[in-house]
Ligand binder design. Structure first.
Ligand SMILES: Nc1ncnc2c1ncn2[C@@H]1O[C@H](COP(=O)(O)OP(=O)(O)OP(=O)(O)O)[C@@H](O)[C@H]1O
Ligand SMILES: [Mg+2]
Length: 366
């Protein structure tokens, strides 16, 4: 008989880690834990989810039920049939939430020391609950040096979030260095990351500090981390574990104090399974995973973003209005290119003169 799949086998692992992180948010009250449990589960299973009280009314039985550990009779109900993997995942969530509820009860379920307010980040539009939660997380990570990995489709705003993590952190006055792993020829990778001494290889005419040391005291943003060559991955891991780098041609290692934020639009868990990405580095990076949902999954952000772009592209002049047909077209478009596509749509509409004072669906070209 084949072994039962565990959540570790599942492509859903990074999502699950985010979910656990949300349920366990420090000092949560049982009310908050229940709310997060329902929210994260319904996102994961893409179906409606309820919590049934032990002595509550009998609920429809075309649901899949999970015991919430340690709370007699309290159950989590999912309004759909689940495959073996999702079932394993939801079981983990329900068990974990049960433990968090126990802990909250032991604390006397003290009301949370004021629910955390989303940090305000200028130029970062966040109207949807998912993005507001992300802003709360950015605020909570301000004093942390934990490695963050930001995942999400192209154009969702990963780079903006990396910058906000730095600007809101206690390292804000120190350097922020962005390094795009997709834009460096393989043979230059190690030198550009970790630096080299003059003469370390043909063409090394001067010392180079490398981006890691350039970011000392601050933040290094490793964009497109999924493109990091396999032979460089152990070297990055060594730097993350030991906080030291070994410049090419140098006699000894140099200690650095760098907070790493990485981003990718690839499914790193899938790359690990295909042998394209090292598993040890994957887990080392996942200390704090931040998943940015695609724009189509947070439609409350669309119109505020459109207005924000229209305003910022109006160069102080009158901001164009959005016609009702434009608003409904914006709201129903699927935005495969996410926020970047939305920005381009507004930018194209405002490129022609005379500038339209009303943006209609036709003007937007949707
Ligand atoms: N919440 C937001 N508020 C305001 N502008 C945003 C927001 N999210 C994204 N943008 C803008 O959308 C554009 C794309 O964002 P960004 O470059 O951060 O995406 P990305 O996830 O890094 O994409 P890629 O994977 O292609 O590198 C940028 O111009 C960014 O400023
Ligand atoms: Mg980017």
């Amino acid at each position: 008989m084949p072994a039962a799949p565990t959540y570790r086998d599942s492509a859903i692992t990074p999502q699950l880690e985010v979910a656990l992180h949300r349920i366990a948010a420090g000092g949560a009250t049982s009310e908050m834990i229940r709310r997060e449990l329902v929210a994260v589960t319904s996102e994961l299973v893409d179906a409606s989810v309820t919590i049934a009280e032990p002595d509550g009314p009998i609920t429809a039985n075309d649901m899949t039920w999970f015991d919430i550990a340690g709370r007699d009779g309290l159950r989590l109900g999912v309004a759909r049939e689940l495959g073996e993997q999702l079932r394993a995942v939801v079981r983990v969530l329900a068990t974990f939430a049960g433990m968090a509820l126990e802990a909250a009860a032991l604390r006397g379920d003290a009301p949370a020391a004021a629910a955390p307010e989303p940090t305000d980040v200028p130029g970062f539009i966040a109207s949807s609950p998912a993005m507001k939660r992300l802003l709360v997380d950015i605020g909570r990570l301000a004093g942390s040096t934990a490695t963050v990995v930001i995942t999400g489709e192209s154009g969702v705003g990963k780079e903006l979030i990396a910058r906000a993590l730095h600007d809101r952190s206690s390292r804000a006055a120190k350097p922020y260095i962005a390094f795009n792993c997709a834009a460096v020829p393989h043979e230059l990778f190690e030198g550009q990351l970790f630096g080299h001494r003059k003469g370390a290889f043909t063409g090394a005419n001067a010392d180079q500090v490398g981006v890691v040391r350039a970011a000392d005291g601050g933040t290094l943003f490793l964009d497109e981390i999924g493109e990091l060559p396999l032979d460089i991955q152990p070297k990055l891991l060594r730097f993350l574990d030991n906080a030291e780098v070994f410049p090419l041609g140098a006699q000894r290692a140099v200690t650095v104090d760098v907070r790493v934020v990485a981003a990718t639009n690839r499914d790193l868990a899938a790359d690990v399974r295909k042998g394209r990405f090292r598993e040890d580095l994957y887990y080392r990076l996942q200390v704090v995973p931040l998943a940015v949902p695609p724009l189509r999954a947070r439609r409350e952000d669309i119109v505020p973003l459109a207005r924000y772009f229209a305003r910022s592209m109006s160069d102080g002049g009158a901001m164009p209005a959005f016609a009702p047909d434009a608003l409904s077209a914006l709201a129903s478009h699927s935005w495969p290119g996410n926020v970047r596509e939305l920005r381009n749509v507004i930018s194209r509409a405002l490129a022609f003169s005379p500038r339209p004072s009303v943006l209609t669906r036709a003007v937007l070209g949707l």
